[in-house]
Ligand binder design. Structure first.
Ligand code: TA6
Length: 300
């Protein structure tokens, strides 16, 4: 749907507008009394959420692409129906949802001033290549003093469907070497840094970042807290319908190897991702659905 049509059907004066974003991609711009946010119809991708008078909460790479068929680097990529390289042979990592153009299904300004936007990826008349099965995916984003994202997957295929997924959230920090990530103490994880796959156990101390960090914590429903001392900020990430948490920072070499990520950007981000990955895959019976939700709030 073109921007003008979206504007006439869904805009809410003073709260929700549709505009050409970066690369000319369609962007929903949300402004409430508490915050501002941007969501692209490309990938139903939340790229910006900032409470008035405070630093943005999400990281966006200055080198990100904004074009059909390419993922946006930063914000909250929606990884579905596979996470990582667990998709069809030769397929891009992290699934097709973040590469596709989603429809806007509804936009609501609630009485408490929050805005609820629902995006729909309709792959139920025909599958979305290279994924062979049909599904319907809704991304319900609630923007206000906190940010809530609920990803609802429905299997509209006649056969069971095994999916992995992630809300791959990039958080802005001032220096990743100064932060701590709490909530995963003593938890086991798969260490995939440097392309490896080693099972390890987190010690009793919170996570600190001192090198490339790429960890998938399985069978874990814990709430995580990112302490960002120089922002005077704690970022609280609660979740439901998610049994995996991924913690990622590319560090120096991998940052240099990513063309859509600045060589000097690695200190300014940490990914703490709400997921169902690896052994935590979800099997959906025909007609069944599953909701994975991340609820992000700030404590100062
Ligand atoms: O979630 C961590 C991870 O799987 C890393 O291994 C790294 O590949 C990152 O995702 C980014 O993936 P992308 O395809 O967006 O470059």
């Amino acid at each position: 749907m073109r921007i003008q049509e979206l504007q006439s059907q869904f805009a809410i004066p003073g709260a929700v507008e549709f505009e050409p974003g970066q690369g000319g991609l369609t962007r929903m711009a949300i402004t409430t009394s508490e915050c501002a946010a941007h969501i692209y119809t490309h990938g139903a991708h939340v790229t910006h959420w900032q409470r008035h008078g405070e630093a943005p909460v999400l990281f966006m790479s200055s080198q990100s692409q904004f074009k059909d068929g390419a993922p946006i680097r930063g914000g909250v990529p929606v990884c579905f129906p596979w996470f990582g390289g667990s998709g069809p042979a030769g397929a891009p990592i992290h699934g097709v949802a973040r590469l596709a153009e989603w429809e806007v299904e509804s936009v609501t300004l609630k009485s408490d001033g929050t805005v609820v936007a629902v995006f729909l990826l309709n792959a139920n008349e025909r599958a979305l290549a290279p994924w062979p099965q049909r599904f319907e995916l809704r991304h319900r984003v609630t923007v206000g003093r906190s940010l809530t994202m609920a990803l609802e997957a429905r299997n509209t295929d006649p056969k069971p469907q095994r999916i992995t997924e992630a809300l791959h959230t990039y958080f802005l920090v001032d220096d990743v070497r100064q932060i701590r990530v709490l909530g995963l103490e003593n938890a086991s994880y798969i260490d995939t840094a440097g392309g490896g796959r080693v099972e390890r156990r987190q010690g009793a101390e919170p996570i600190t970042i001192t090198a490339e960090t790429d960890r998938v914590y399985l069978n874990n429903r814990a709430t995580c807290v990112i302490e960002v001392p120089n922002f005077g900020r704690k970022i609280v990430i609660e979740k439901s319908g998610s049994d995996s948490t991924v913690v990622w920072n590319p560090w120096i070499a991998k940052a240099k190897a990513m063309p859509d990520f600045g060589d000097d950007e690695w200190p300014r981000m940490i990914c703490v991702e709400t997921a169902n990955a690896h052994g935590n895959a979800i099997t959906l019976a025909p007609g069944a659905s599953h909701v994975m939700e991340a609820r992000i709030r700030l404590e100062t």
